[in-house]
Design a protein around this ligand. Structure first.
Ligand code: TYD
Ligand code: MG
Length: 473
């Protein structure tokens, strides 16, 4: 008989190796390899099982009848917006987020909402006792909601229980890292266990038609902990984000087989749980610091919805050999690009300055349309001259220093006007296309003309506060 093979599995990326090494060859992480049996659940042979003959099953036509509505809207519109119109029956969704961000709160609220709509909703907690979950629901005013609770961690027991009675419509597993299955021979919490448990729950979802939501922990660097493979196995991955100091929480789809991935849902954490925020612009602009240099309002688009948000910049002389570049809510590479264009085409050299850029309210911007607003905020901070408080900015900056148009200009302008802005600084090409008399459009063709405009405004205001031009210009 051959000796049982052992495999070492990286707990970060799931790569398998025949021998132990200090550094995972696949992802480069240190000390992440853990010895696991070769019965890796999904593909591997199960120990102690005799091979059986395959069972025949019926193949079906693509044009079959599906009599139940495939989607179950929860009625929480911010959540439904991100899922693409409600939970899809028979699908599995992974919800990731930092500890304490509000995943359990969001899901108990969603389960209660579906329960109240008459669907059977089950909440399984592997982390908290039933009493704790009940206490939270009580605090949220949801104690009377028809949600079935359990504190369980064995996947086989959970599936056996749920297979009885009317099939549940929504099953919440909080969290997948606490689950374990007999089918794989590995310690609870390991990648193999998490993967095996997820696999079993996915099979259950497909078979029963229930929507299953798995909660996943997030590691320090923001990845859903354990196996990335789980992300590939599920139908949708949502991430719940927010900044510790803010009450705002943003739900974002990272992957969605049944809907868009660019929509965001905005919530506010209150003493009574998560409140939906239907007009995020008002929320993001609510703490605006009017009249201080280094801030510009960016008219952005998140999915189909325009969102106005403040971009804050601080440019300060550096005492370090390599000055600091710190960005929150935007891409660092994008900032470097804007700084390089400012230097190459506008003669503004920030090589001796620390640069900090922050998107207010904990929003993360991914679109290049924020270039112009970021550049305006940077120049305003450097010149110590505030930008007009009633102006919004959007436009993409190209490497040549030209300001390029971006998508959905009309929607951005409409939102700005709705929130009482009087001016929009936009790419020149936008000028003719959207014409609303209430909003003055200032077209800029290049970054150079933007800076000339900011400088002219600063001079016109004259002697207002400490006045200084770009120092290294
Ligand atoms: P929780 O949903 O337990 O987070 P997660 O499951 O992501 O770890 O939320 C915990 C935090 O939310 C906790 O710090 C307290 C806060 N919270 C409120 O502010 N208001 C509330 O009504 C609830 C239930 C929680
Ligand atoms: Mg929790």
């Amino acid at each position: 008989m051959s000796k049982r093979n052992l495999t070492f599995v990286c707990q970060n990326c799931g790569a398998a190796s025949a021998r132990w090494v200090g550094k995972c060859e696949a992802c480069g992480e240190w000390n992440t390899l853990v010895e696991e049996g070769d019965g890796t659940g999904i593909a591997g042979k199960m120990p102690g099982r005799t091979p059986r003959k395959g069972r025949r099953f019926a193949l079906e036509a693509l044009t079959g009848e599906s009599n139940d509505a495939p989607r179950m809207p929860s009625g929480m519109s911010e959540l439904d917006r991100v899922t693409g119109g409600g939970f899809v029956r028979g699908s599995v969704l992974l919800l990731g987020g930092d500890p304490g961000i509000g995943k359990s709160t969001l899901l108990i609220q969603a389960a209660s909402a579906l329960g109240k709509l008459g669907h059977r909703a089950v909440y399984i907690s592997g982390e908290e006792a039933v009493a704790q979950v009940r206490l939270r629901a009580e605090r949220l005013g949801l104690a009377k909601a028809p949600v079935e609770l359990a504190a369980e961690t064995s996947v086989e027991d959970i599936i056996a229980t749920l297979s009885e009675g009317p099939p549940p419509r929504l099953v919440i597993i909080d969290s997948i890292q606490t689950m374990w299955t007999d089918a794989v021979e590995a310690a609870p919490g390991t990648v193999t266990q998490v993967r095996g448990s997820a696999q079993a729950l996915i099979r259950f979802a497909k078979r029963s038609g229930a929507a299953v939501i798995l909660v996943g922990h997030v590691t320090k660097d923001g990845q859903i902990a354990g196996p990335r493979v789980v992300e590939h196995m599920v139908d949708a991955v949502l991430s719940f984000e927010g900044e510790g100091s803010h009450q705002f929480r943003i739900l974002r789809a990272v992957k969605n087989r049944f809907g868009p991935t660019d929509e965001i849902g905005v919530f506010e954490m209150t003493g009574l749980g998560l409140r939906e925020v239907h007009n995020p612009s008002e929320l993001f602009l609510s703490e605006r610091d009017l009249g201080s240099p280094g801030t510009a309002v960016f008219a952005g688009i998140e999915g189909t919805r325009p969102v106005l948000v403040e971009i804050q910049a601080l440019v300060a002389p550096s005492t370090l050999g390599t000055p600091r570049r710190a960005v929150v809510g935007w891409e660092g590479s994008r900032l470097s690009m804007v700084l390089a264009v400012l230097q190459a085409h506008c003669g503004i050299n920030l090589g001796g300055h620390d640069v900090y850029l922050n998107v207010a309210g904990g929003l993360r911007i991914a679109e290049p349309g924020a270039d112009l607003a970021a550049a305006a905020a940077l120049v305003s901070s450097l010149a110590n001259s505030p930008l007009p408080a009633d102006a919004v900015y959007f436009g993409e900056v190209s490497l040549s220093g030209a300001v390029r148009p971006v998508v959905q200009s009309a929607a951005r302008l409409k939102e700005a006007q709705k929130l009482g802005f009087a001016r929009a600084v936009v790419p020149e090409a936008v000028r003719s296309e959207a014409a609303d008399p209430a909003l003055t459009l200032e077209g800029v063709g290049s970054l150079v003309s933007l800076i000339a405009e900011i400088a002219a405004k600063g001079e016109k205001r004259g002697g207002n506060g400490r006045k200084s031009g770009p120092q290294d210009g």
